[in-house]
Design a protein around this ligand. Structure first.
Ligand code: CA
Length: 651
């Protein structure tokens, strides 16, 4: 009844003309219409169309809502706003103001009863919408649940649009049947009409609308309520929402999402900007969700040492982990992550001993777990401890008793609703035992920082492990580094595990793949790549073989941020961004282009021009160093970032 009361008009049997909702500043406009029985929308910034008129609708087991529709009502447009704090995300204190309206659609056969609603939420740089599917009267009683067989949301881009996207991985492929896990290389400035490796592209998806601006597609509010989706090619310039492949998650669970009715789909989000700033800085993924439970304790974030990235599986033994505890303590870091095989190489009793030792040194432990189950063949242990409720809760009770601070859970290849339910169940249980959770080899978190307060970070990116596995990733490291902070990391905390100071990825620093990026690049990405728990790739040998200024910086670098500012960049080429901690900005830049990135930066934009700034920078030969620089009378300092180099400016 409440819904009916707020309807401005609801005219049985009468179709409405196109209905417009605009952003609070009036610049972003969404036109919703119904033409020849098909629901449509378009997105316009000032007078530039960024998403051309494209269909909306769904095909479900209780009705086909992709055709034969009438727009029967639009609610009044209401202003919604909220302030909330999310200290474990890229911006600690968030506020938004948006306009919202609900559009009701009916099928011809039953014009006065809406089959579904579309709620539009429009702020100055985001358009978001969700479908609410209603129950239907049927012979034999009311239909109170449905399976969504297909979502006919289409995104049609203007001519001249190019894309920067990450192809969806094949199901049950990769290492030991652990994919898909969002770990392919991006395509840069690619023409539309492609479909990745045949299975489309993962969220978030990025499009450059010629010289008009940028569009990022994503979704949010996905937990056990729905599956994770992706985009699939639907024509020369169009993409549609696609659901998981049946084979994902070892074939467990159905591919299509199910809803109890009335029920909501996740929000589809479209973030737009003339520059990439609104995309990099968006908080729409959290604005539209609510905490699903209260934090059981005050979770503490920080820096973590991690032996596996340099020394691999063999290092997860008692002596080397003790060495890494001492290293974390020496660095003043809060945590140590003990990776795979600790169950075999250290054992539960000795872990308790290590945990006591770590606590005596002010270091908390995270322990690695295999997620399975029977959906992967990954041999790494501990296996089979988390997928069944009683085993999981027993294990977590032990973790809590042993003083462990969190889990890193690996190898969960799938986005099905049942898979999302498992993520949510693990997070909920972990919170009861005061444990934080990092996921690895996993899905993209969709609103999780706010939904689940003990969720720390997820991989869902081609992360640092590939720098150890193969040289090609090192050769392309800086190129990939320029896209992550403005795309993948813009929508969720990212467990990249980077900032190595080793020259080579091996225990002796004398074998393995070669790092092509500079030491200042490592420092810059410690700022650009954001996660409240940072598993840094530094090693104990760096205390003696890395420059003192680099070690000193890594001892002090924060992992939580009050605010951020996108300054300039181009995915695949270069990036300049700043983050703020304890009232002070840190500017960081990296460059992947052959020619040096030359900057004439006005320090007054972030710093006080009358005081010198501290600059970490590289020579053209990638020799790093730190110096203090005084700006000229106009506040300008000249800076240069060579290819594969970095820059950090602070005061
Ligand atoms: Ca991985």
């Amino acid at each position: 009844m409440k819904l009916i009361n707020t309807m401005l008009f609801l005219l049985a049997g009468t179709a409405l003309q196109a209905q417009v909702i605009t952003s609070p500043n009036g610049q972003l406009k969404v036109n919703v219409s119904c033409d020849n029985g098909v629901a449509n929308y378009s997105v316009v910034l000032d007078s530039d169309t960024l998403i051309c008129k494209s269909p909306l609708g769904l095909r479900t087991t209780i009705g086909d809502y992709t055709k034969g529709l009438k727009l029967t009502g639009m609610s009044e447009i209401k202003s919604v706003s909220e302030n909330y704090s999310l200290p474990q995300s890229k911006i600690a204190d968030i506020s938004y103001t948006a306009n919202e309206a609900t559009y009701s659609f009916a099928t011809d056969a039953e014009r006065s009863v809406p089959a579904f609603d579309v709620t539009m939420h429009v702020d100055n740089s985001n358009v978001a919408f969700k479908y609410t599917i209603h129950s239907v009267r049927a012979r034999g009683g009311e239909r109170l649940s449905c399976i969504v067989e297909e979502e006919n949301t289409i995104y049609t881009f203007p001519e001249g649009t190019t894309s920067f996207n990450c192809p969806q991985m094949l199901p049950q492929g990769g290492f030991a049947r652990t994919t898909p896990s969002y770990e392919t290389f991006y395509e840069y400035d690619a023409p539309l009409g492609k479909n990745g490796s045949g299975l489309g592209y993962v969220f978030p998806a990025l499009f450059k609308i010629g010289d008009k601006g940028w569009v990022m597609l994503n979704e949010t509010n996905v937990g056990g309520n729905y599956c994770g989706s992706r985009i699939d090619c639907a024509g020369d310039r169009a993409y549609t929402i696609a659901y998981p492949d049946e084979r994902e998650f070892g074939g467990v669970g159905q591919a299509n999402p199910g809803l109890s009715l009335p029920g909501d789909t996740p929000w589809r989000t479209i973030t737009v900007g003339r520059t990439m700033a609104p995309l990099a800085e968006t908080t729409i993924q959290w604005d539209l969700v609510k905490p699903q439970y209260e934090a059981s304790i005050d979770y503490k974030y920080g820096r973590s040492a991690w032996s596996w990235i340099i020394r691999m599986d063999d290092s997860c033994n008692y002596d080397e982990q003790k060495e890494y505890i001492d290293f974390a303590s020496e660095m003043g870091w809060e945590y140590l992550l003990i990776d795979a095989w600790w169950d075999r190489n250290i054992g539960y009793e000795k872990i308790e001993e290590l945990s006591k030792y770590a606590q005596s040194k002010g270091v908390g432990l995270f322990l690695w777990y295999n997620s399975n189950g029977y959906w992967n063949d990954a041999p790494q242990g501990p296996r089979g401890k988390l997928h069944r409720l009683m085993d999981r809760r027993r294990e977590m009770a032990w973790l809590q008793k042993a003083g462990i601070k969190g889990l890193k859970i690996d190898f969960i290849g799938g986005d099905k609703q049942q898979c999302m339910q498992m993520y949510e169940d693990i997070l909920f249980d972990a919170n009861e035992f005061g444990l934080m959770v990092i996921f690895h080899g996993c899905t993209l978190p969709r609103g999780w920082e706010r939904m689940y307060p003990n969720f720390a970070a997820a991989e869902a990116v081609r992360a640092s492990e590939n720098l150890s596995f193969g040289q090609n990733d090192n050769d392309l490291e800086a190129k990939a580094g320029t896209i992550h902070p403005v795309l993948r990391n813009a929508v969720a905390n990212m467990d990249f595990g980077g900032s190595a100071l080793n020259k080579r990825y091996s225990k002796g620093n004398d074998r393995g793949t070669y790092r092509r990026t500079s030491d200042v690049y490592a420092l810059a990405t410690a700022v650009l790549f954001q996660s409240p728990i940072q598993n840094f790739a530094l090693a104990p040998n760096n205390l003696t073989d890395a420059p003192d200024w680099a070690i000193d910086f890594m001892k002090k670098v924060p992992t939580t941020w009050e605010d951020m500012k996108y300054i300039d960049g181009y995915p695949g080429k270069y990036l300049i961004m700043a983050r703020k901690h304890a009232g002070k900005w840190i500017l960081a830049a990296i460059n992947a282009e052959e020619k040096p990135l030359e900057l004439q930066y006005n320090v007054n934009e972030l710093f006080s021009g009358s005081e010198p700034v501290t600059v970490y920078s590289d020579t053209p030969e990638l020799v790093g160093g730190v110096k203090t620089v005084k700006a000229n009378k106009k506040g300008i300092i000249k800076l240069s970032v060579p290819c594969n180099g970095g820059l950090v400016v602070m005061q």
